[in-house]
Ligand binder design. Structure first.
Ligand SMILES: *[C@@H]1O[C@H](CO)[C@@H](O)[C@H](O)[C@H]1NC(C)=O
Length: 373
């Protein structure tokens, strides 16, 4: 009996409580189920506001906070100030005040040619070679090789370190590069300090600086070469191999280790001094890209100078070009040569000097490089 009475009292209390809560929730949220109404009625006003905002349809239409333009930022968690800082740079992908090369728009001519997905250098994994590009590259200079590119690369990466550089633009960085050709027009240019002021300074082939510092500067960060044009590169300089054939990769491996490769189609330097941790090898697929999209198949394949400029467009945010083309008298020679008629570039029939010159001038016209002639 006592138990039943207690149970009755409990039931009545429960019923009263239920009615009180129910009426409260009906007042507040009309017909919202009790289970949902409870947490809301307990919530502080600001919390309730956010809950309502999130469930209400208008929130679907509120725009997301300004996003950083791809491809620079991939999966980085955004700090709260980031969008604000971006607006200062007018949504640029790099940190340069003026402009970033990889930001398209403004030049249709450039956008039609520039492919930001290109991998300019070989990495030891995930190269994903386009078979057609590879076949084209293997046909450039046959070297009677019975190994595959993968096999040659595997041996190469036992000697050199796989590159860790990432060429994608970064929002707070401005990589200003000077590409320094070897033209005689650098003589008495007085460009040494200007060239030295860049973050990266790319030189090529037999380039020398000693004795010409006033005109060409004395700093080098990257030196582009191939076996037949090889020189020792200084301490801290990145040797960048332009492989025109499979044999060139074997030469690199050898030149930095045993020195047993002494010939390509001619006698070559069998050892080369370079920092093995800084060596880069240009991707064969990149040669095809430059040939198809930039020199448009004029000439059999692009020249070192052309490859270096297009490489810089993919590795830098701003590019200044020095030492290209003929000198003021129309002579093609190197700045260190006394013989002004030594014409090195014009005579190499495999490249189209005229078309490459046109492309370089167009790049300047489109504001993508600054050309110092
Ligand atoms: C370049 O020249 C400057 C001034 O003469 C000198 O201080 C500097 O060490 C040189 N740098 C290199 C890399 O030779």
């Amino acid at each position: 009996m006592l138990l039943r009475r207690k149970l009755c009292v409990a039931l009545v209390i429960a019923a009263i409580l239920f009615l009180m809560l129910a009426s409260q929730s009906i007042q507040r949220r009309h017909l919202l189920p009790l289970s949902l109404a409870l947490p809301i009625s307990r919530a502080t006003p600001t919390d309730r506001e956010t809950v309502v905002e999130r469930t209400g349809p208008p929130s679907l239409l509120t725009p997301d906070p300004p996003q950083t333009p791809s491809p620079s930022s991939t999966a980085e968690p955004e700090s709260e100030e980031e969008p604000l800082e971006y607006s200062q740079y007018d949504q640029r992908s790099c940190g340069c005040k003026e402009s970033c090369i990889s930001d398209l728009g403004g030049s249709d001519w450039f956008s039609q040619r520039y492919d930001h997905k290109q991998q300019p250098v070989l990495r030891d994994t995930n190269n994903n070679f386009d078979p057609e590009a590879l076949r084209w590259w293997l046909g450039l200079q046959r070297s009677g090789n019975d190994q595959t590119l993968e096999e040659v690369m595997a041996k190469m990466f036992q000697v050199i370190s796989p590159p860790t550089v990432d060429f994608r633009p970064l929002p707070y960085h401005c990589r200003r590069c000077a590409v320094v050709g070897n033209s005689g027009n650098l003589r008495r240019s007085g460009n040494g300090d200007l060239i030295n002021s860049h973050d990266f300074i790319i030189r090529m082939n037999k380039a020398v600086t000693r004795g010409f510092e006033k005109d060409v500067g004395n700093r080098t960060t990257h030196h582009f070469l191939y076996p037949e044009s090889a020189v020792d590169v200084g301490r801290g300089v990145s040797l960048v191999l332009l492989p025109f054939k499979l044999r060139d990769l074997e030469w690199l491996t050898s030149a930095l280790s045993t020195g047993n490769v002494k010939m390509t189609y001619m006698r070559v330097k069998d050892r080369v001094e370079a920092d093995k941790d800084k060596v880069l090898v240009v991707n064969p697929v990149f040669f095809k890209y430059v040939n198809d999209r930039w020199t448009e198949r004029h000439g059999r394949y692009p020249s070192t100078g052309m490859l270096a400029i297009i490489f810089a467009l993919h590795a830098c945010d701003q590019v200044s070009v020095f030492g290209y083309g003929a000198d003021k008298q129309g002579n093609w020679h190197h700045y260190w040569e006394e013989n002004r008629y030594a014409g090195a570039f014009r005579k190499t029939g495999v490249h189209s000097a005229d078309f490459e010159t046109q492309v370089i001038h167009q790049l300047a016209k489109e504001g993508k490089i600054s050309l110092h002639l």
